[in-house]
Design a binder for this molecule. Structure first.
Ligand SMILES: Cc1cc2nc3c(=O)[nH]c(=O)nc-3n(C[C@H](O)[C@H](O)[C@H](O)COP(=O)(O)O)c2cc1C
Length: 354
């Protein structure tokens, strides 16, 4: 079989076609730096970071490497009709608040995850990463044009061929085909039915046949065989999230790490309980009792606010019952080693398969 990754290596300025997935709340500057320094593409998820935290994160990475870096942003639109959810949502959560000795009525309003905006575009121009990737579609055309004018490569996630064609038409340089096995949020933005989300094998084959831009395969890819299979389907690169959670550089709690180490292929589910959008994570008491998909969950990003206290109390109690533990179906295939070693090992193992 002849496989060529040359185009995408040049496009992204990397040596191996392996991208460490941006993972909001779970990645770290050290993780991104280690992957980039070893020849892959390191990513820093900025969705939950302030401008100051983003600047500090990029500075920490730049102390370790000047290689290609991907900054990642969510570009959802804020819900326009989010009234009427509050009381049903509180009713669903109340028994769990009580179980943890908390009062659902005393939670104060919090800061919401805002979509991509002008200050974010300013910050990217200042920090000048080589690559910017988006989840949930793309921001307004004028922001994409500004970033492209700086020579930044633009990637975004597609969960169907229709979404991939749309991203190509909007000027994306490459598309991340995210199969339903993937850990974390579904990047879906034209699709709305979580049950109809497509597995990585069928999605990557369909997307590579439909678009002319390079395709990056994501979802359930955790070892060299998975990477090789993605290349055989026509992907130019792979994006791995769950595999990098097993690295010491991942910024996750010991409880989450222990759950990952135990996870089998049957332990993850798609749930909307933590944010209002479908995302894949390790099933726990909260997901089993209230979901996995709850009709009363407010739309993204509104649901997260009332779940925050449950997560914090669970963490304090040393229990994984209410933790958000995003993981893909490949968790059982992952190995624990430093991120640079993992990137090199995977690259060597794929070469040996060729
Ligand atoms: C803990 C976690 C957090 C994630 N956060 C983000 C994010 O902030 N932005 C994003 O584009 N994708 C995010 N993803 C999805 C990944 O980009 C990617 O699609 C997924 O990890 C691939 O599947 P895998 O986990 O089976 O390798 C996240 C995934 C995980 C596991």
């Amino acid at each position: 079989m002849s496989i060529s990754n040359k185009g995408i290596l040049e496009l992204l300025g990397i040596q191996f076609p392996i991208i460490q997935a941006p993972m909001a709340g779970a990645d770290s500057p050290d993780l991104a730096a280690a992957v980039t320094a070893s020849g892959g593409l390191g990513s820093l998820a900025c969705a939950l970071l302030s401008a100051e935290q983003t600047r500090d994160g990029v500075a920490a990475i730049r102390k370790q490497t000047s290689g290609s870096l991907n900054l990642n942003y969510f570009c959802h639109s804020m819900p326009t009709n989010a009234t009427g959810f509050e009381s049903e949502w509180k009713n669903l959560l109340r028994p769990h608040y009580e179980r943890l000795g908390l009062d659902v009525e005393s939670v104060q309003p919090g800061v919401l995850r805002m979509p991509f905006d002008a200050p974010a575009a300013d910050l990217i121009e200042e920090l000048a990463p080589q690559v910017v990737s988006f989840h949930f579609g793309l921001p307004e055309t004028r922001y994409v044009a500004r970033l492209k004018a700086c020579g930044i490569r633009i990637l975004s996630t597609a969960t169907s061929t229709r979404e991939a064609l749309w991203l190509e038409a909007q000027g994306c340089d490459a598309v991340i085909a995210q199969g339903s096995e993937a850990g974390g949020h579904r990047g879906m933005f034209l699709e709305h039915d979580a049950d109809a989300q497509i597995g990585t094998l069928a999605l990557v084959a369909g997307v590579t046949a439909a678009v002319k831009i390079p395709v990056i395969a994501a979802g359930g890819i955790a070892d060299a065989r998975g990477i090789y299979a993605a290349f055989a389907l026509g992907a130019g690169a792979v994006q791995l999230g769950t595999a990098y959670l097993f690295c010491p550089e991942a910024n996750i709690s010991p409880l989450y790490r222990a759950a990952l180490a135990r996870a089998t292929d049957a332990d993850t589910v798609l749930t909307n309980l933590f944010s209002g959008r479908p995302a894949r994570g390790i099933a726990n008491r909260f997901i089993r009792d209230c979901g996995p998909m709850a009709a009363s969950a407010p739309p993204f990003p509104l649901a997260g606010h009332l779940v925050g206290p449950l997560k914090a109390a669970s963490q304090r109690a040393g229990s994984e019952d209410y933790l958000q533990m995003w993981a893909g179906q490949g968790a059982g295939l992952c190995r624990s080693m430093p991120a640079g070693t993992l990137t090199q090992t995977l690259a060597d193992e794929v070469r040996a398969l060729r």
